[in-house]
Design a protein around this ligand. Structure first.
Ligand code: ZN
Length: 406
């Protein structure tokens, strides 16, 4: 990447050493979104940094970026979750880098609002729409390819589509929605009606316009599926949806969404770290914490390299029963087993060093436990920590995602 001299798109995410609110250390991991290779990790200890643990992630991101820039890497975009302190730091210290937010948190937030509304008896027909709305939101993010304005237009058009309007004229969101409602209700646009978009709070909905996107992306004329009835714009459920899709925070976030779920791949890496190399159940000092993270990076990057080089292939699919979906089956990719010769090299180097400097190492007590046995056992246990993004979106509405939150 240093040799390529082309600007790169990266994602960063922090992981703390413990669950809950008693973190001492934080590891910030940076991934190249094109290759999914981990390109940097920075581990920080709050006692050494002399700051509260909540500041560690921001500091770690800053330090990680500086190190990459010092190596000559040109960074075009950075994707993180939408942490306020990271947003402020990026704006003040790295104004030349486009800062984007991972869309997962936004989509999850909308899913929570929809799920809450569906608990009401009034939401019977609304319920049929929820998964489609989430799919459309995800589609809005990916197909806009980082164009924030287009992403806003795609997303807000869901409101028009849901009330049976599939073609519209350009103009401010609130005006277009107002006219759409009048058409859906067969009333004059001058007439006042409840849930009137012209009365919506916030400023963006009255400023941002439908410009290039003036009809739904599906086939025209649109034949309504028998299972879904059009939402009535006067209903309470529609009002909940309209509020969720037109408030300033939502519209502003759409402007900054990354077209990839980049931090989901980082979550996969974090899973590997905490499940295999550096359990959250044990205390490690900063050196141990850092070195175990590096081992996890070696593991992860070797797998990515193997997939890039084609030495690791998908050899089929596997039907598995999902624990959290009432026995639903999910499809997983089956791959050829990973190549762990890098571990053997590492061990032989360690053994070599041990033989050369036997006395020094013995004094430091490095070989207290039997390494070989531990390695053999772990190798059997290691599984992939890939996260299937499409699957996550497909089942977002059914699954209890709140429990997954870390
Ligand atoms: Zn439509």
């Amino acid at each position: 990447m240093e040799q390529k001299k082309e600007p790169v798109n990266i994602a960063a995410d922090g992981q703390y050493d413990t669950r809950g609110f008693s973190a001492l250390m934080c590891c910030v991991t940076v991934m190249d979104t094109a290759t999914r290779l981990i390109v940097n990790t920075v581990c920080l200890d709050k006692n050494e940094e002399k700051c509260p643990s909540t500041n560690l992630e921001r500091r770690g991101v800053e330090k990680a970026l500086r190190q990459l820039i010092d190596k000559g890497l040109q960074i075009k975009t950075l994707t993180t979750d939408r942490s306020k302190s990271v947003i402020a730091m990026m704006a003040s210290k790295f104004p030349a880098i486009t800062h984007m937010y991972d869309p997962w948190h936004l989509i999850k937030g909308v899913a929570a609002i929809l799920r809450k509304e569906c608990k009401n008896a009034r939401a019977k027909s609304f319920k049929d729409w929820c998964q489609a709305l989430l799919n459309q939101l995800w589609y809005s993010v990916t197909s806009a390819k980082g164009n924030g304005s287009l992403c806003q237009q795609y997303a807000v058009s869901s409101l028009l589509h849901s009330m049976g309007i599939h073609v519209w004229e350009g103009g401010k969101f609130s005006k277009v929605l107002h006219e759409g409602q009048a058409r859906a209700l067969c009333v004059d646009t001058e007439e006042a009606f409840p849930n009137d978009p012209l009365e919506l709070p916030g400023k963006f909905v009255h400023e941002i316009e439908f410009k290039e996107y003036l009809k739904c992306g599906h086939e025209h004329p649109f034949t309504e599926t028998a299972t879904k009835s059009i939402l009535c714009p006067l209903s309470k459920s529609y009002n909940v949806l309209q509020k969720a899709y037109t408030n300033d925070n939502f519209l502003n976030d759409l402007m900054h969404l990354s077209p990839e779920l980049a931090t989901s791949s980082l979550e996969g890496f974090h899973g590997l770290v905490s499940n295999v190399y550096r359990s959250k159940n044990h205390y490690y000092n900063l050196a141990g914490f850092t070195n175990r993270t590096k081992l996890a990076v070696l593991h992860y990057n070797h797998n990515v390299f193997a997939e890039i080089n084609g030495t690791r292939k998908v050899i089929g699919t596997l039907q598995l029963k999902a624990k959290h979906r009432g026995g639903d089956t999910v499809t997983k990719k089956r791959k050829t087993p990973p190549d762990f010769t890098w571990k053997k090299h590492l061990i032989s180097e360690v053994v070599n060093a041990y033989e050369i400097q036997l006395d020094v190492l013995l004094k430091e007590g490095i070989f207290d436990s039997d390494y070989h046995e531990e390695m053999e056992e772990e190798t059997e246990e290691i599984v992939d920590f890939d996260i299937n993004i499409d699957e996550r979106i497909d089942h977002l509405f059914d699954s209890d995602v709140e429990n997954e939150d870390s």
